[in-house]
Design a protein around this ligand. Structure first.
Ligand code: GAL
Length: 644
């Protein structure tokens, strides 16, 4: 297909079998191409160990295929059935308090459990043997939303056993591990591998280096878990794609590593829930304003991140899917307002403009049972067409051609920096995502298209590279940045290169490996409580500021108040700019100047309006609950215009 395709997530096992043909016909009529099924259906596929029951799934797949719909089938490992848990309770994960996370919802497994790994391979093989060559099955989704409900890190026996083995592979000797973690501090030195446990239930905060390596370990367990499934699917289902549906702002594993074995990535977009649930830093006023649309930048940041995930391993941005697109109200957030009229179309158009090749709605019919009865679908419980259905029906997908997103600006993102940053925030109002979103939103308010990419990726195509929170610095990233400075302008935020690969600070202090590139050293930092404020060149600074001792950098801005008054807060060496303060006004003006200097086109867009470019077109989006005049057009509330 050379334009955006649509799909839906459907659950044949939730409705009587006589509805399957009716739904397939309706799905086809709606213009859908793909139907994703079966990600939670293990208890029906295998009601007792080794006794498979495929008739229902055969029928479901055949009916969709007969109707000309393409099936995306899933491995059902997000929901190990009751018989399996009863037989092997050791599969269950443990929370940081050491308590068992019990059967009765989903994602109740420890990725490091070898027993579960064996069953995961077994059910994957069984389903792939049955459907791997089915002409209606065009692709696979592994599991469902790795890490959802904080399930990446487990603190029970399976992970406790696997962690020291992983550490021994990483460090070789205990001397190296003790040195890397700085275990001489508080007498934490280990003398045998089996003395090392997960970093939970400590009296006060655990060693951040210990936590950092636990994050790496748990992330590797997810990677291995998925790779085992992918290997089987590749063998038994050649020619089909394999993807995974990643999640909104999900921090717990390294998505760059975990996506390596996939053909492309997918993510699940729930814009209203995302604003309410994840963005703690957004004001009440903002939450209210965008309650029925979600915040444009929170959504598009995730699109840009997922478009760039595979670039780390393949060197290229790739098309991605939105596997689950909200199409009505959700059920899981603090408040769950009904989306505004036009929101489903706006979200779909935005996903396309940021590189999605397929948008698949969640879900076909609202569930009439269990946990998600208050979540909407394209059909209501009574099978009448819901509001989202009508919006999808009138969407003209031909106007959304597949093509490149022409970004000349890169924003660097690294899960390792996220882990160490959030482990020691030093300020309750700060977080890695908040810091990243401050810079991302600034760039978007200037009409810029952005690639979100890993600092060790190919940086050659960019004119401006922004690194808002690159706290952990590796030698590879430092070399990459040094090289990139030959052709691009670099902009660094606070805490850059403040931590080494194992989470210590560099022996020569911040900026460690980047000292020469930025041309200065850290002097002091200040974590401000609410109500404390400083100023820099007339701009307000809250939450965080740091001052620098320039070596050969030029001083651009100086703190005017507070304990660091008179010290440098923004410095520049050639084309490398370092901004030490949390100040949206100053950051906006500095970035705008750099864009102008480098010739990246700047378009000052009104609040709530965003522009995005793809395949030679420009999508102008209005997320405001009121109309706006922009570029000579009147944009209605919650609407978009496509311009050539
Ligand atoms: C997703 C999940 C779906 C469903 C949905 C509800 O995170 O993958 O299975 O629970 O949320 O919004």
């Amino acid at each position: 297909m050379n334009h955006l395709a649509l799909g839906v997530c459907d659950y044949p096992e939730h409705v009587p079998a006589d509805r399957w043909e009716v739904y397939a016909k309706q799905q086809k009529e709606l213009g859908l191409t793909y139907v994703r099924i079966a990600e939670f259906a293990w208890s029906l596929m295998e009601p007792h160990e080794g006794q498979y029951q495929w008739d229902w799934l055969d029928d479901a797949v055949n009916i969709l295929h007969k109707e000309g719909l393409k099936v995306v089938l899933c491995t059902p490992t997000a929901t190990p059935p009751a018989w399996l848990i009863r037989k092997h309770p050791e599969i269950l994960a443990h929370d940081p308090q050491g308590r068992v996370r019990a059967f009765g919802s989903r994602r109740h497994y420890d990725f490091a459990s070898q027993v579960y790994r064996e069953h995961s391979r077994r059910i994957t093989r069984a389903i792939a043997e049955r459907y791997g060559q089915h002409p209606g099955v065009v692709g696979w989704q592994t599991d469902n939303e790795f890490g959802c409900h904080d399930t990446t890190r487990s603190y029970g026996p399976a992970s406790t056993k696997a962690f020291p083995v992983w550490l021994e592979k990483r460090y070789g000797t205990l001397a190296k591990l003790n040195e890397a973690w700085g275990n001489v501090f508080w007498s934490q030195e280990y003398t045998a591998w089996d003395q090392i446990e997960p970093p939970n239930l400590t009296v006060t905060e655990p060693n951040p280096s210990h936590v950092l390596d636990y994050a790496r370990f748990a992330s590797d367990m997810v990677k291995e878990f998925q790779e085992e499934q992918v290997e089987i699917l590749r063998e038994l289902s050649p020619g089909r794609f394999i993807t995974h549906n990643f999640m909104i702002f999900f921090p717990e594993f390294d998505h760059y590593q975990v996506s390596e074995c996939l053909d492309f990535v997918s993510w699940d977009a729930y814009p209203t829930g995302m604003l309410e649930f994840f963005a703690f830093w957004e004001s009440e006023e903002t939450k209210l304003k965008y309650a029925r649309t979600g915040h444009p930048d929170l959504i598009s940041f995730n699109h840009d991140l997922y478009r760039g995930l595979k670039a780390y391993s393949t060197g290229k941005q790739t098309g991605f899917w939105v596997m689950e697109q909200q199409c009505g109200q959700v059920n899981w957030s603090t408040y769950n307002p009904l989306p505004a009229d036009g929101a489903v179309q706006l979200w779909t158009a935005q996903a396309w403009a940021h590189g999605a090749d397929t948008v698949s709605y969640f879900r076909w019919r609202a569930a009439t049972m269990a946990q998600e009865v208050m979540h909407s679908g394209l059909l209501r419980h009574d099978e009448t067409f819901d509001r989202g259905y009508h919006e999808v029906k009138s969407l003209q997908t031909e106007q959304f051609p597949i093509g490149d997103v022409p970004a000349k600006v890169a924003l660097l993102h690294d899960y390792r920096s996220l882990w160490i940053f959030d482990q020691q925030k030093h300020n309750a109002d700060l977080s890695y995502w908040r810091q990243v979103m401050l810079y991302y939103s600034t760039l978007r308010s200037l009409g810029v298209d952005i690639d979100v990419i890993h600092p060790e990726s190919d940086l050659s195509g960019y004119q401006v590279i922004v690194a808002p929170a690159l706290t952990l610095m590796t030698e590879r990233a430092a070399e990459n940045l040094q090289q990139a400075s030959n052709h691009a302008h670099l902009i660094f935020g606070p805490r850059t290169a403040y931590r080494t690969e194992s989470g210590r600070t560099p022996e020569d202090g911040q900026f460690g490996l980047l000292s020469d590139l930025v041309g200065g050293k850290l002097k002091n930092f200040d974590s401000m409580r609410p109500g404390l404020k400083e100023t820099v060149s007339g701009y307000d600074v809250t939450i965080w500021s740091e001052s620098y001792r320039p070596l050969d950098a030029e001083v651009l801005h100086v703190l005017e108040s507070g304990p660091m008054a008179g010290e440098c807060a923004v410095m520049r060496k050639n084309n490398v700019l370092t901004i030490g303060v949390h100040s949206s006004g100053l950051i906006h003006d500095l970035i705008r100047d750099i864009l102008m200097e480098t010739g990246v086109p700047v378009l000052d867009v009104p609040e709530g309006v965003r522009v995005s470019r793809r395949a030679g077109k420009m999508l102008v989006q209005n997320f405001n609950p009121y109309g706006v005049d922009f570029l000579g057009t009147r944009l209605a509330a919650v609407s978009f215009e496509l311009m050539e």
